[in-house]
Design a protein. Structure first.
Length: 117
C-alpha cells in the first residue's frame, strides 16, 4: 500500500502562486507516474498534470504555461508549482500514485486551493 500526504494548499489572490507537495511512503515500488488531479464543487475530478519516473510530463491545456510538475525520486515526493492562479483553479487537489500491472493506484486525502477574485 502507498500512503500519500499532500500539503501546500491555501487561499491566494488571483495572479498569485502556490506550491503543492505530495510525499509518498509505504510500498513505493508501486509508484509509477505521479499525478495531480483536482475536483471543483459540482464537477468531476480532472487530471491536471502527471510526471513519469523518467521525468516526462503532461498537462491539461488549461494549466499549460502556468503550472509545473516535478518530482524528487529520492524523496518519493511530487510537487506542483502553480503560478498566475485564476479563480477557476479553485478546487481540492489530489495526488495520485499511478497504477501498474501489479499495483493499483492510490490517492491522497486532498488539499484545498482557493483563488479569490
Amino acid at each position: 500500500q502507498v500512503h500519500l500526504v499532500e500539503s501546500g494548499g491555501g487561499l491566494v489572490e488571483t495572479g498569485g502562486s502556490l506550491r503543492l507537495s505530495c510525499a509518498a511512503s509505504g510500498d513505493t515500488i508501486c509508484i509509477s507516474a505521479l499525478g495531480w488531479y483536482r475536483q471543483a464543487p459540482g464537477k468531476e475530478r480532472e487530471l491536471v498534470a502527471v510526471i513519469n519516473s523518467g521525468g516526462r510530463t503532461y498537462y491539461v491545456d488549461s494549466v499549460k504555461g502556468r503550472f509545473t510538475i516535478s518530482r524528487d525520486n529520492a524523496k518519493n515526493t511530487v510537487y506542483l508549482q502553480m503560478n498566475r492562479l485564476k479563480p477557476e483553479d479553485t478546487a481540492v487537489y489530489y495526488c495520485n500514485s499511478g497504477s501498474s500491472s501489479s499495483c493499483p493506484d492510490y490517492w491522497g486525502q486532498g488539499t484545498q486551493v482557493t483563488v479569490s477574485s
